[in-house]
Design a protein around this ligand. Structure first.
Ligand code: AMP
Ligand code: MG
Length: 335
């Protein structure tokens, strides 16, 4: 982590200023790294066709090379140009959900450097639904490889400040368009097999996807010890979305139980349960509705980490399908 600050440009989230995007596009064309907002989290972008630029992403994140990157494009036509096969399900899912928080894994063409796909024959692609991301990809006129703009295993950034704090001068420029809206990473769907498989759950849930792709299912989890986490794709490592603090998930949160620690942060869905907290700054109430919870979840973890919590106690949300992606991230964050 660098203590120096990277360059940050404040851009309008709905109507990004062309001259600011030009600066970012020039950096990308020269092989540099630009962090930019998508609707899910902030991405750390590089020209996906420039292997040296992509190598800088891995270095800046401290990310192992066995972990593939998602390639961001601005049109279905651009997505098709990156793959050797575009099945009917890809057409249907893309038509229904792009631009949006859905990544499709398809057989890759040779023009994509193998570093992007971690040596796999497939590539994850999506069209992000953020005006800044779309305008930047269009202006730069290239597919942009962009994992979340955080150090490896840390929590994904939902603000430009999270990116600056985490990556320092490892990034050449950050485009700041305010907090992201979905708040957790995209749903990843593999179209390599006979039926579409959800490799990583996201806020675009199975029920919605099944309306377009009725045979879709979650990828089978592998070892029983590995709970709900699919292991078919690299990058789905156990501790992958974790704050620095220890994380515990409990059924009933208590405002005063410190679990033997001196600085304990708490996340609850019920304001009344944290009302008597000794340190109100460390007691955060999150919305009881899944989309709004996801929007603010990483921000809450970032805040408690920054406040120096040793332990974060999280109250278990409902165990329904709508909370599936949030449970996936909770399970990865807890230690
Ligand atoms: P991130 O960009 O940090 O959100 O992580 C990218 C994730 O996308 C990886 O961890 C994988 O889960 C998934 N992914 C990207 N490309 C592929 C691929 N070719 N095959 C399987 N999963 C992929
Ligand atoms: Mg990530």
């Amino acid at each position: 982590m660098s203590s120096q600050r990277p360059a940050v440009l404040r851009v309008d989230a709905l109507h990004p200023e062309p001259e600011l995007l030009e600066q970012a596009a020039r950096i990308l064309s020269a092989g540099g790294l630009v962090a930019f907002p998508t609707e899910t989290v902030y991405g750390l972008g590089a020209n996906a066709l420039d292997e040296a630029a992509v190598a800088r992403i891995f270095a800046a994140k401290g990310r192992p090379e066995r972990n593939p990157l998602i390639v961001h494009v601005a049109s279905i036509q651009a997505a098709r140009a990156l793959v050797t096969h575009w099945p009917a399900e890809a057409e249907a899912l893309a038509a229904a959900f792009w631009p949006g928080p859905l990544t499709l894994v398809l057989p890759k063409r040779a023009l994509i450097p193998s570093l992007v796909s971690a040596g796999l024959d497939s590539v994850g692609i999506r069209i992000p639904a953020h005006p800044v991301a779309l305008a930047l990809i269009t202006l730069a006129a290239m597919p942009i490889a962009a994992p979340s703009a955080n150090r490896y295993t840390h929590i994904s950034p939902t603000t430009a400040a999270h990116v600056a704090d985490g990556l320092g001068t490892g990034v050449d420029l950050i485009l700041d368009a305010g907090p992201t809206q979905v708040g957790i990473e995209s749903t990843v769907v593999s179209l390599l097999g006979a039926a579409p498989q959800i490799l990583r759950p996201g806020m675009l849930g199975r029920a919605e996807l099944a309306r377009v792709a009725p045979t879709i299912d979650y990828a089978k989890s592998e070892p029983a010890s590995d709970e709900q986490r699919p292991q078919l794709a690299p990058g789905l490592a156990r501790k992958h979305y974790a704050p620095r603090a220890r994380v515990m998930v409990v059924e009933h949160i208590e405002a005063d139980n410190d679990h033997g620690m001196t600085r304990v942060g708490r996340l609850s869905l019920h304001p009344s349960r944290l009302a008597s907290s000794t340190d109100p700054e460390l007691a955060i109430v999150l919305p009881a509705e899944p989309a709004a919870y996801a929007e603010h979840f990483y921000e809450a973890l970032h805040r408690l980490d920054a406040l120096g919590c040793e332990l974060i106690v999280i109250e278990a949300p409902p165990r329904t399908e709508q909370w599936h992606a949030i449970w996936d991230r909770l399970n990865r964050a807890r230690s």
